[in-house]
Write a protein that binds this ligand. Structure first.
Ligand SMILES: NC(=O)c1ccc[n+]([C@@H]2O[C@H](COP(=O)([O-])OP(=O)(O)OC[C@H]3O[C@@H](n4cnc5c(N)ncnc54)[C@H](OP(=O)(O)O)[C@@H]3O)[C@@H](O)[C@H]2O)c1
Length: 305
């Protein structure tokens, strides 16, 4: 089948592309700069879009097997100024409106939309185990939860067109090159690593290969709809994750970083590191999905070792 991935040039999109073409699917990546999307495997190609309308690419959606909607300005790219926060939200809403437009105007709409989302939707939750039936109750100043809520909601109109909608509430995707893991590993490499903000907060980690396999599973599983947590079955605390990185790199992790220092450094964005989200993939597990990397040490060693 043909699978369209908006924002498919990013960390998750590339892992998913690799997985889908290995399973003989055709992948079309929607990118604002398709000429810069290089090194794609055979079976994948990048096309241009403006990330705001269906102009010029809607024909690719017509008759496609699935659309995976991941596009949006990177929330880890720098301090959250008001301007950056606005771009984060608006880029996701505009891109999602374009996807909805392409789907609802297609003669043969794709049977499934996998809508990007994040476990941040639940809000900082301490030790509470977050299954999908927990009603999110983020605080009113939780920007991440607000973005995710609006992003999810923007995709709802496709259901009226009879399209199955899966909401992929993703945890922290571990990758060797981008995202949280290299940022965590850097101080550890230089012997100045340690737990952050007390280290007791839960991190719903997932290896990039399992993120791709879970998305693939949800595309193909015709019964899947609604919200799914994408995370390893056992979350780790920030201290456990830091220690796993230390073991993989053969370094000590005895230099704790206090929460106030992170807040000073990152401002509001510190919530990404300090919030506790013990999300588990209850619905994926019940549906029969199993991760390749359920063990944290094995996952981190695979990426950093
Ligand atoms: N990685 C994680 O741990 C994680 C966890 C939970 C949720 N998520 C969410 O899942 C999605 C995919 O994650 P990712 O890590 O693959 O993200 P990523 O590496 O930042 O890639 C997202 C892609 O979105 C496109 N994009 C960037 N700015 C944009 C803008 N202003 N308007 C429209 N498109 C824009 C870019 O593609 P082009 O430049 O080619 O257009 C980029 O490659 C993101 O929305 C992210 O917030 C990620």
């Amino acid at each position: 089948m043909r699978v369209l991935i908006t924002g498919g040039s990013g960390l998750i999109g590339r892992a998913l592309t690799k997985r889908l073409v290995a399973h003989e699917h055709e992948v079309v990546i929607l990118s604002r700069s398709p000429e810069r999307v290089t090194g794609l495997p055979a079976g994948a190609r990048a096309i241009g879009w403006d990330a705001a309308t269906a102009d010029g690419w809607a024909h690719e959606a017509d008759g496609a097997g699935a659309i995976v909607n991941l596009a949006g300005a990177n929330l880890g790219a720098g301090r959250w100024t008001e301007a950056r926060k606005q771009v984060s939200l608006e880029s996701r809403l505009r891109a999602t409106q374009a996807v909805v437009e392409a789907i609802t105007s297609a003669d043969t709409p794709p049977p499934v939309l996998v809508q990007g989302s994040a476990v941040g939707r639940y809000g900082d939750s301490g030790d509470q185990v977050l299954t999908e039936d927990v009603t999110p109750a983020p605080s009113s100043d939780d920007f991440l939860a607000l973005v995710v809520r609006e992003w999810e909601a923007a995709s709802a109109p496709v259901e009226a067109a009879g399209v199955r909608r899966v909401i992929a509430r993703t945890g922290v995707v571990l990758d060797d090159d981008e995202g949280a893991l290299p940022r965590l590993a850097m101080p550890v490499r230089f012997f100045v690593g340690g737990p952050v903000g007390g280290g007791k907060q839960w991190v719903p980690w997932i290896h990039r290969a399992d993120e791709a396999s879970a998305l693939h599973f949800l595309i193909e599983h015709a019964d899947a709809s609604g919200a799914y947590n994408l995370a390893a079955p056992e979350s780790a605390t920030n201290a456990q994750l830091t220690r796993a990185v230390g073991r993989a790199l053969g370094r000590p992790t005895v230099m704790p970083v206090p929460g106030f220092a992170i807040r000073l450094l990152l401002g509001e964005q510190a919530q990404v590191v300090l919030d506790s989200l013990r999300a588990v993939p209850a619905r994926l597990t019940a549906a029969g999905w199993t991760p390749r990397f359920g063990d944290l040490d094995e996952a981190v060693r695979d990426l950093l070792g």
